[in-house]
Structures are given as C-alpha cells and as structure tokens.
Write a protein that binds this ligand. Structure first.
Ligand SMILES: [Zn+2]
Length: 67
C-alpha cells in the first residue's frame, strides 16, 4: 500500500514539472506517516555554496515565449 501512495505522489510531481503547472515540491520535503495517515512538510534552506540547490533546475526556469 505505501509504495502505491508514494508512487502516485511522485508521478504527480513529475507531471507538474513536465507541464509547468501547479506548485511542485521544490525546497520542501513531504512526509507521510502510513500508521496515522498524516502528511507533513519540511522546508529546506538553500546552501549558497551548493551548486545543486542554489540554482533553480533548468526545467523550472521560466521559458521565453515569442510573440
Ligand atoms: Zn545543496
């Protein structure tokens, strides 16, 4: 049961990023307690000296639209 719940959440996050819709889980970690069926969220602070989290991933940067 738990892999199914988490798998659906991961697929939902991937779709949000692919279509550029919604608010993806960026800079946050979602927690799920299967015993109590409770969700939680942890916010992550960026490390200015980290090349991974200090720059937004290319897929999340705004795309220029020609008019
Ligand atoms: Zn980092």
């Amino acid at each position: 049961m738990l892999p199914g719940v988490i798998g659906v959440l991961q697929a939902n996050e991937a779709l949000k990023i692919l279509v550029g819709y919604g608010e993806p889980l960026v800079g946050r970690i979602l927690t799920f307690d299967a015993q109590t069926t409770e969700f939680g969220e942890l916010k992550l602070r960026k490390d200015p000296s980290c090349s991974t989290c200090s720059v937004p991933p290319p897929a999340l940067q705004p795309v220029a639209v020609a008019s």
